[in-house]
Design a protein around this ligand. Structure first.
Ligand SMILES: [Zn+2]
Ligand SMILES: [Zn+2]
Ligand SMILES: [Zn+2]
Length: 941
């Protein structure tokens, strides 16, 4: 064998081995300049949390370069009633990524987190506590306990968010229950009152009879429910267009269909579509009017082939009046274009007190809005003596019985249909007309203005604009009233003498001042006279006795007001209105994006945000929604304690969150694996920089070998790509690009190739310093590019980076800029071809190795016979080829025809230091010429 080594020499200590791998003769830990292979994040991260707090990174980042101006991310407040779940964690991490990125980009980017505190879920939980203790609290006691309950969860969630590495003004967050915030809500209300947006109206609203409160549209969820659907006939009393052709009116009827029999007592009209034709049919001696288009579907009422006497246009039904089948009341025919042929008879039973469309029709025709149902869902005396006191669910059957007795029931059947349910108690809800406070959406062209403002906002993803458009375009007036205790009281007074309402901007501002000082508790604790200015008299009758409104504001009015109360109040001087970005889940097009837009446009004339980012839901690995009860929920804490917050952050940063995202055991394992790859790349860079000071040791670009220039070219392109992805909130594409760079361009390519130079060349040699120059740029840039996502690991790397005068924390460092002078398309083309050839060479080496023609690839000699461009290309970097191909020797020969590659064992002796097989190995020292030279001139020891 030609390859032999002298075993009498151990040159390993003369190599520039990477720091963490160095064996220290005293057995001491010498890894100060590197980072350990095992991340052990769950423990290590805690040190960085302390460090950031100690260094006051949140405040300090506002003192770094802010030349790009301000960038305000306004936090959508989570509700303070439980541990954070994976969706909340994702939401907050995404926000943190944005704020950190913007701060590093030179923006003044303060982050003030907030919480939503008022509302039913907390009130329900607290009420339950009292009930379990068999106590009946006063409203003051109840509210006091609600306040404590909310404060307790704010504290817990705060710690949970901080543990995720989210940096913000945690000592000074906004809370919607803070007296100053409650006062700000009243400022908004006063403004709306002054502008004429607010009115009190009797209107049908979604009403939960269990919780005894009005519900907003978004507090309603749909679920299947089985109900009796009935066909009912209304006797005709007046037929002005002689539709029934003179037939005895006692035998003429209009047929209707309904799935809510309990609303029949509130019937005041029958609606037909003005564009339909209606048939007059005869069945068992009686005559009926139904839509022609529904005839085929009414066999259960009229048999298979009813006799059609004539067909008339809907207009002929104008003025027709029927009689209510069980109450002494008329029910006229009216026109409504929402009447369809999808089901029923083409004539719609109309009860304005129990339906939104019915209500609009009622307004149009001046019909009464009857709602003979109380808060608990029981019929009042107005429904008739025999129904009074029954619940509407009992009422369904009772009404059917009454109709049957009256001979008005044509048919009945059980149907299963999608029906609104309360999102809180999951019981079916009803539409019920009650007196409520509203914000008018069509006041003074407001809806059109709000829709126009939507156009000025950048929506991510772009199609999400359709959702907000649909929500604002179709939304009813905003019902601001809730009949609850835990919230801000609506500051309206009623005169005891004339019952007139006092809805006045000045009076509201008077109450506002009291609330700012004492919290909204004062509204519940003091009498009306103590809340009004001294000596106040009713402007209508001069009376001086008043009672207070008992409704509180919808909590969405609280959160809808955060843009004014937080960004524009001056309480946080670092903030300003409007926000640059809102980022929340898709349901907020109905909720917070919508309510904020209403308040922003009404009070300030434009949208409260410049950009809105919508994220998807968090699902399990099978694509199912996570639920505690199903057992597929992954708690953020589980991941943090097992893998570390950085792994959770990397999952968020590498998910295409604009759509729904998935999480489960396998996904976490995959993310943990890609974390390890990123960490390894950073670790390699750092561990080879222990003796590198960029101020003294960096090599000028022009002196770098081609492959080093190419590595810097790849880095510059990566920085440009990553920056553009971060700019449009596509973090998963940024992390993907970084991951690709680390694994393909660095670990499997550049870092593999420069190992020989780094370890075996002279410590201060140009070749080694060149590689270190590149590794320094790469490691320093990667740590900063990854800092918004991998905040902990980036900090760990940053602390070890030998960069004189560096900022104390990576969060205070500038985001790397893409150096255009490093970008070279020529280098790119050249190295693309060299990398292709490298793969070919590797294939030939592998074949030869398997055929046992060579031993270790490192000890091989490769001969390439090539011509033309390939020959020119290879000879242009001939000295670098053996390092590039990880072999001992490369011979390039000019030869016409196709390129051919051959491999054989290298001729010579294996160097005892660098293990390459060289012809110039000295027999005594067992060193090759390069290594002899290094040891003579530049021994590292
Ligand atoms: Zn309910
Ligand atoms: Zn009065
Ligand atoms: Zn050697």
């Amino acid at each position: 064998m030609q390859t032999k080594t002298s075993s009498t020499h151990d040159y390993s200590t003369t190599l520039n081995l990477p720091e963490p791998d160095r064996k220290n003769p005293n057995g001491l830990d010498t890894s100060q300049s590197g980072i350990p292979l095992r991340a052990n994040l769950a423990q290590r991260e805690l040190q960085f949390l302390d460090f950031w707090s100690r260094e006051n990174v949140n405040a300090e980042r506002l003192n770094t370069d802010t030349s790009q101006g301000s960038f305000i991310l306004h936090d959508g407040p989570p509700y303070s009633n439980g541990n954070i779940h994976i969706g909340t964690a994702m939401n907050k991490i995404l926000k943190d990524i944005i704020v950190k990125y913007k701060a590093m980009q030179g923006f003044y980017a303060p982050y003030v987190p907030g919480w939503d505190n008022h509302g039913l879920p907390i009130e329900t939980a607290v009420t339950k506590e009292f009930r379990e203790k068999k106590l009946v609290p006063t409203s003051t006691e109840l509210r006091k306990r609600c306040r404590e309950y909310a404060a307790d969860w704010v504290q817990k969630q705060k710690e949970q968010f901080k543990r995720l590495g989210i940096i913000g003004d945690w000592d000074n967050p906004y809370l919607t229950m803070h007296p100053k915030f409650e006062a700000a809500i009243l400022d908004v209300f006063a403004d709306l009152v002054g502008k004429g947006f607010i009115y009190r109206g009797v209107k049908p609203v979604h009403w939960c009879v269990t919780d005894r409160t009005a519900l907003a549209d978004h507090e309603v969820e749909y679920a299947d429910r089985t109900d009796s659907s009935i066909y009912v006939r209304f006797p005709v009393a007046n037929d002005p267009h002689n539709v029934f052709d003179g037939y005895s009116l006692g035998k003429c009827y209009i047929a209707v269909w309904t799935t809510t029999p309990w609303t029949i007592p509130a019937n005041v009209a029958l609606a037909v579509n003005p564009d339909f034709d209606y048939a007059v049919i005869e069945y068992k001696g009686d005559r009926y009017v139904v839509a022609t288009g529904r005839l085929q579907s009414l066999a259960q009422c009229f048999g298979d082939e009813p006799t059609v006497l004539r067909i008339v246009p809907a207009q002929d039904l104008a003025g027709m009046v029927s009689v209510h089948p069980i109450l002494p009341r008329k029910s006229p025919v009216v026109f409504a274009d929402y009447v369809t042929l999808a089901d029923g008879t083409g004539v719609v039973h109309t009860a304005p007190g129990h339906g939104r469309e019915d209500f609009m029709t009622g307004q149009k025709y001046g019909l009464p809005t009857l709602s003979p149902v109380d808060d608990a869902g029981r019929f009042t005396v107005d429904a008739g003596n025999s129904l009074e006191g029954l619940t509407i669910w009992e009422g369904n059957k009772a009404v059917i019985d009454l109709l049957e007795q009256a001979g008005a029931l044509l048919a009945r059947e059980e149907i299963t249909h999608s029906y609104p349910h309360c999102w809180r108690c999951h019981h079916p809800v009803i539409f019920r007309a009650t007196a409520q406070w509203f914000m008018s959406i069509d006041h003074d062209g407001f809806r059109a203005k709000a829709l126009a403002c939507i156009k000025d906002v950048a929506w991510y993803p772009s199609e999400s604009v359709n959702r907000i458009n649909a929500m604002v375009g179709g939304r009813p007036d905003w019902c601001l009233s809730r009949q609850r205790a835990w919230g801000v009281g609506i500051p309206v007074f009623y005169c005891e003498q004339c019952d007139g309402e006092v809805l006045s901007k000045e009076i509201i501002l008077h109450v506002r001042d009291l609330v700012a000082e004492h919290s909204s508790d004062i509204w519940f604790e003091k009498a009306a006279e103590d809340l009004l200015p001294v000596g106040y008299c009713c402007p209508k009758c001069g009376g001086s006795k008043f009672r207070k409104e008992t409704d509180i504001f919808d909590v969405w009015f609280d959160s809808g007001s955060t843009n004014v109360a937080v960004l524009a109040s001056g309480r946080w001087p670092e903030l300003s209105w409007p926000a640059d970005v809102y980022l929340e889940g898709g349901d907020q097009h109905r909720g917070w994006f919508n309510s904020s837009l209403m308040v922003g446009v009404a009070t300030k004339g434009s949208a409260p945000y410049r950009q809105v980012v919508t994220h998807g839901w968090t699902l399990d690995e099978k694509g199912k929604a996570m639920h505690k009860s199903v057992g597929n929920a992954v708690a953020p804490d589980e991941i943090v304690t097992k893998f570390g917050a950085d792994v959770l952050r990397l999952w968020v940063g590498s998910s295409d969150y604009l759509a729904d995202v998935r999480l489960g055991k396998n996904v976490v394992e995959q993310v943990a694996e890609s974390y390890r790859r990123l960490r390894n790349t950073l670790r390699f860079g750092l561990s080879n920089l222990y003796d590198f000071n960029p101020d003294f040791d960096a090599v000028a670009y022009s002196h770098l070998p081609s492959i080093d220039k190419y590595a810097l070219h790849l880095l510059a392109k990566l920085i440009a790509d990553v920056t553009s992805f971060y700019d449009v909130y596509e973090f998963h594409r940024a992390t993907q690009a970084i991951h690709q760079f680390c694994t393909t361009d660095m670990s499997a390519f550049y870092m593999d190739i420069v190992k020989d130079r780094l370890y075996a060349d002279g410590t201060s040699s140009l070749s080694r310093r060149s590689a270190q120059t590149v590794l320094f740029e790469v490691t320093s840039s990667l740590s900063r590019m990854l800092a918004p996502v991998l905040s902990f690991t980036s900090e760990e790397v940053w602390q070890k980076l030998n960069l004189p005068g560096k900022p104390a924390s990576v969060a205070l460092a500038a985001f790397p800029t893409s150096r255009v002078e490093f970008i070279s398309e020529e280098l790119d083309r050249k190295w693309l071809e060299l990398r292709r050839l490298r793969e070919e060479v590797f294939k030939v080496i592998e074949t030869a190795r398997q055929a046992k023609e060579i031993g270790k690839p490192l000890e091989a000699s490769v001969t390439v016979a090539a011509d033309g461009d390939t020959y020119e290309l290879l000879t242009s970097i001939e000295g670098e080829l053996s390092a590039l191909w990880l072999v001992s020797e490369v011979i390039v020969e000019r030869s016409p025809g196709a390129t051919s590659i051959s491999v054989k064992p290298a001729t010579g002796v294996k160097c005892g230091r660098c293990w390459l097989v060289k012809r110039d190995v000295d027999e005594g020292s067992a060193l090759c010429g390069r290594c002899r030279n290094v040891l003579e001139n530049d021994c590292p020891e």
